[in-house]
Design a protein around this ligand. Structure first.
Ligand code: MLT
Length: 288
């Protein structure tokens, strides 16, 4: 029997995973994967907006939010395996998966290795490219800083990259919530995830192989994974569409949730409707 609610726990291979599961049983499932260094609550607005018509699940990646870190080093492969293990544990064969930034790295890794588990994909403010040497160097410096000066310092330095310019005067509450998410992330998880991102492989080569519909989204002022990254993926993925979220930076879903949710809903509604049409055509063609 399915359990619904916020902050649920499930133990998978000795790892406690915290997740929120809302909406009706028989609806299309959408699974949300958060970015770095945040947690599942970054999707609160989306869960609220879509729960009436969808089964929506957001979970804490290992080491973030309320999920245990486990014993091993972090890798994007491991995070992608965790996604599939969670789907297995929740008895979800296939889903629409929506990942933002590091969540997108995980989703792209997973669709390359487990294509059958995806019905559609939403890639928000992310990239298929591996880290450049400059980004790797910055991550290593960030690890040193976190270890020496602590997470508070890291939070202050990184917050300025996450929002649109105008949000710094207009969205104090949202910025405060993101800061709290960062401050609540253990030092070790921050460092282990920085290494995982440094070491991740490119996923550009899998883009032409993706068979399911993909919607790419990007905040117009995203400076971490900018518009060009989104346009590149949109060009390479056959069955894909792109929306640019206005007045939004890297955390487009928090910066402009109204526009983000509208675009996400439009894509998910279109996907559900076209699957229904397809099933009806199939039924018509196979009837005696
Ligand atoms: C994120 O939001 O997940 C990070 O900006 C990803 C990254 O540092 O590459």
């Amino acid at each position: 029997m399915r359990t619904t609610g916020q902050n649920l726990n499930i133990v998978i291979d000795n790892l406690r995973v915290s997740y929120t599961d809302l909406g009706s049983d028989n609806r299309q499932v959408i699974i949300f994967i958060h970015g770095f260094p945040f947690n599942k609550t970054m999707w609160n607005d989306q869960l609220e907006a879509l729960k009436e018509n969808y089964r929506v699940i957001a979970y804490d990646i290992r080491g973030f939010g309320s999920s245990n870190p486990g014993q091993s080093d972090f890798t994007i492969d491991l995070f992608a395996d965790d996604l599939i293990n969670l789907m297995d544990a929740l008895k979800i064969k296939k889903a629409i998966v929506c990942g933002l930034s590091m969540g997108g790295y995980i989703a792209l890794n997973a669709i390359g290795r487990y294509p059958k588990r995806f019905e559609a994909l939403v890639l928000s403010d992310t990239t298929c490219m591996p880290d450049t040497p400059e980004i790797k160097a910055k991550r290593l410096l960030a690890i040193e800083n976190v270890m020496e000066k602590g997470v508070e310092n890291y939070a202050e330095a990184s917050l300025k990259n996450f929002f649109a310019i105008e949000s710094f005067t207009q969205k104090q509450e949202e910025i405060g919530l993101v800061k709290t998410m960062i401050l609540n992330t253990p030092k070790t998880s921050i460092c282990k995830a920085l290494i995982a991102m440094c070491d991740r492989n490119e996923t550009e080569s899998i883009l032409p192989e993706i068979k399911v519909p993909v919607h790419v989204m990007v905040g117009e002022q995203d400076t971490i994974t900018p518009l060009a990254s989104a346009q590149f993926m949109n060009l390479r993925i056959k069955n894909s569409s792109l929306s640019i979220i206005t007045q939004a930076g890297h955390l487009a879903n928090i910066d402009n949730p109204t526009e983000f949710n509208d675009q996400l809903r439009k894509f998910a509604d279109w996907f559900v409707q076209s699957s229904l049409d397809f099933k009806m055509d199939e039924a018509y063609l196979t009837k005696d």
